[in-house]
Design a protein around this ligand. Structure first.
Ligand SMILES: NC(=O)c1ccc[n+]([C@@H]2O[C@H](COP(=O)([O-])OP(=O)(O)OC[C@H]3O[C@@H](n4cnc5c(N)ncnc54)[C@H](O)[C@@H]3O)[C@@H](O)[C@H]2O)c1
Ligand SMILES: [Zn+2]
Ligand SMILES: [Zn+2]
Length: 348
């Protein structure tokens, strides 16, 4: 009889997840089997469970792409990790390694990539498979619960900030101070940038200030959020939009100074109007940014290991996943939720 585990499963898009008993998966030639100890909950998991995006995941599937744990078995071709190593999963579960994107340092754009918790099962389970050639390797000595949010939120905002082409001393706007945004504030400060924050809740702006933001604007209560940002900063050199509401996107573009760049990372399933005249005459750059490469991940983890960033998180058992999603949808989470897999009742 195969070994069993507990997993939180999306049975049907838009329905509550079901925590159920599943077989522990068997590693293929390049896979590592990981005993998951902690997993962050990303808003992407919620989009996945709802089927928000044009390319939909196929139920039943296990969400989760911020899982951290210990390797307990490896396939016969595995060389990069060994039993006992601490590894994680990531949105970029694997890529083809052969296409023009993989060959030029843009594996995150690979058309044949697999995505954890979307096209392959993720970390909302006591065990998961990872491709040993792509999985993040957790630095020695770091806390496994605290590092989990770095595996998606951290690497995504670290790369997204690099894509704003800003330099130390310049202003960057972080739009949306949720799981991604509150970590973005910390990377930006560590990079020597000056940070302005915008969100729709005063508690989120207070969190941004605790992490080093100098300016905070409430888009819900301010009569002119763009004007306030411009008055405080003279116009930001770069902006990173992590907000889950399409209204935030033109505001971030509007807050840019001439020559500025906005990196879009938030993924509300909508469009936004872009003013052509301003974009052209002010020489603005608007670009998308999706997670980060293995190298970006190593760098983002290194910032964490050196104590430059420390996610704010609350630990919860996986059995509460549907409550956690409801709180996330209501914008009621401070920083990140990290689920503890050990507290799930033993599989029977
Ligand atoms: N591009 C990528 O690689 C990538 C990676 C991870 C997540 N994401 C996406 O990023 C988004 C954020 O993820 P998260 O886990 O941080 O979500 P989250 O729910 O933790 O945070 C979202 C934040 O947006 C704020 N917000 C809502 N409306 C706003 C508005 N009008 N203006 C400003 N802020 C507003 C909320 O108050 C909240 O603080 C999601 O859409 C997710 O799918 C993208
Ligand atoms: Zn994510
Ligand atoms: Zn490829």
């Amino acid at each position: 009889m195969s070994e069993k585990m507990q997993a939180a499963v999306v049975k049907e898009l838009g329905s509550p997840l079901v925590v159920e008993t599943r077989d522990v998966p068997t590693p293929g030639p390049f896979d590592a089997l990981v005993r998951v100890e902690y997993t962050g909950v990303c808003h992407t998991d919620l989009h996945a469970a709802h089927g928000d995006w044009p390319v939909k995941p196929a139920p039943p599937f296990v969400p989760g792409h911020e899982g951290a744990g210990t390797v307990v078995a490896v396939g016969d071709q595995v060389t990069r990790v060994a039993v006992g190593d601490r590894v994680g999963n990531a949105w970029l579960a694997s890529a083809c390694g052969e296409c023009e994107y993989c060959e030029t340092g843009w594996e995150t754009l690979c058309p044949r990539q697999q995505n954890s918790g979307y096209s392959v099962d993720g970390s909302f389970a006591q065990y998961m498979l990872v491709d040993s050639r792509y999985c993040p390797v957790i630095p020695d000595g770091v806390d496994l619960a605290a590092v989990a949010p770095i595996l998606c939120a951290g690497v995504t905002v670290y790369k997204g900030l690099k894509m704003t082409d800003t330099r130390p001393g310049q202003w960057v706007l972080i739009s949306g101070i949720g799981g991604l945004g509150h970590i973005a504030v910390q990377y930006a400060v560590a990079m020597g940038l000056r940070v302005a924050a915008i969100d729709v809740a005063d508690e989120k702006l207070a969190l941004a200030r605790r992490h080093g933001a100098e300016v905070g604007v409430n888009a819900r209560t301010s009569s002119d959020p763009v004007g306030e940002l411009t008055a405080a900063t003279g116009g930001v050199h770069g902006a990173l939009v992590t907000a889950v509401n399409a209204h935030a996107f033109p505001q971030a573009v509007g807050a840019l100074r001439r020559g500025g760049t906005v990196s879009l990372v938030g993924l509300p399933p909508e469009a936004f109007p872009l003013d052509i005249f301003t974009t052209v005459l002010f020489g603005l750059t608007v670009r998308g940014s999706i997670v980060g490469t293995r190298k970006d991940m190593e760098e983002a983890l290194d910032f964490f290991a050196r104590g430059k960033v420390a996610p704010t998180f609350t630990m919860r058992p996986m059995t509460q996943i549907n409550d956690i999603f409801a709180e996330m949808e209501a914008g009621a989470i401070d920083g990140r939720i990290v689920m503890e897999l050990a507290t799930v009742p033993a599989a029977g």
